[in-house]
Ligand binder design. Structure first.
Ligand code: 8YV
Length: 318
């Protein structure tokens, strides 16, 4: 099996015990040619978000691989239609990263509203002259209205934290909502459209998968629907937001700020964002804890183990 990136040590150790695993100790991203070679030479590939498994890569001939066990819940970097056409099974790693990713969304929300990033830069720059009643005032989070676009596993974990931790009112739109009992227990209020959520929310947090339908879901028109004092939070996928439109909206004061963990062209970030104080920028840290990154690896391993013992891998997505 080919493992495309360096993984936490307990995962690599277990992989090496159970499989003939080609690891990547230098952690250098593989090129398209190297990914194609891996599909030609190995029975399984364990890739992640930085590996673009396009139709062209998946056209590898002769194809030896039978399973792509993705490390991560999102799999928009894999052309699943082509994978299916080639008879490749694709799995992901849901559940284990839900709580940490929800924590990350809360962190972004609190940091941007309470000017956490800006304040930290201020202190580190030696610019702080001392406490004063009017210094660096931000926006209250507690008791405000949070609008969730997507109420899947992560959206629900964010709703729970926001409601019980910050006493927020939670609205959501999801074209595939969870059962009514789950929504009722969360105390989240459904809205019939994304636009309806945007009009009412003080904070909008994105928790949809990246699909052709959600590409640039948040565009100039929708940003203009948001309240002028509202903040946009995205730790789902960069593709969901039209980054150029977001930059324009931030420049024009259409919205108050943004907390971003993901970007359209990672690791590139639109240069204008780097100079804006009302924007929090994190390097795709959603699931980045020791606990979760190990659990993600072990979950990918579970899928591989099941597949090669002839059982159905529990996280099959294609
Ligand atoms: C990962 C993620 O860090 O799982 C996902 O979809 O975005 C993050 O948890 C990374 O993208 C690995 O796939």
């Amino acid at each position: 099996m080919v493992v495309t990136r360096r993984l936490p040590a307990p995962v690599e150790e277990q992989l090496a015990r159970e499989f003939d695993a080609q690891l990547n100790p230098a952690d250098r991203p593989l090129s398209a040619e190297e990914l194609t070679d891996a599909l030609r030479g190995a029975d399984a590939l364990l890739p992640t978000v930085t590996d673009r498994l396009t139709a062209q890569v998946l056209a590898a001939e002769p194809l030896r691989a039978r399973i792509i066990a993705n490390y991560g819940v999102g799999f928009n970097h894999i052309d699943t239609t082509s994978a299916k056409a080639r008879g490749l099974v694709v799995t992901n790693t849901p559940d284990v990263l839900t709580d940490d990713t929800a924590d990350d969304a809360l962190m972004l929300m609190l940091m941007v509203a309470r000017r956490g990033g800006e304040g930290e830069r201020h202190v580190r720059a030696g610019a702080w002259t001392g406490w004063r009643p009017t210094h660096m005032l931000g926006t209250r989070v507690s008791g405000k209205t949070l609008g969730l676009i997507g109420l899947g596993r992560i959206g629900r974990a964010v709703a729970h934290r926001a409601r019980h931790g910050c006493g927020m009112r939670v609205l959501f739109h999801d074209p595939y909502p969870p059962p009514a009992a789950v929504v009722a227990e969360l105390g989240a209020e459904p809205r019939g459209s994304v636009d309806d959520v945007l009009r009412e929310a003080d904070f909008v947090s994105l928790h949809s998968p990246a699909t052709p339908e959600t590409r640039h879901l948040i565009d100039a028109r929708r940003l203009a629907l948001m309240k002028r004092g509202a903040f946009l939070i995205n730790n789902a996928r960069g593709d969901i937001v039209d980054e150029a439109a977001l930059v324009a909206a931030l420049k024009q004061g259409t919205i108050a700020g943004a907390g971003l963990d993901v970007f359209e062209r990672e690791p590139a970030v639109t240069p204008d964002l780097l100079t804006m104080e009302n924007v929090v920028l994190l390097p795709h840290l959603g699931s980045a804890t020791h606990e979760t990154r190990t659990a993600m690896g072990l979950r990918a391993l579970d899928n591989l183990r099941a597949f090669f013992t002839g059982a159905a891998p529990r996280d099959r997505v294609a």
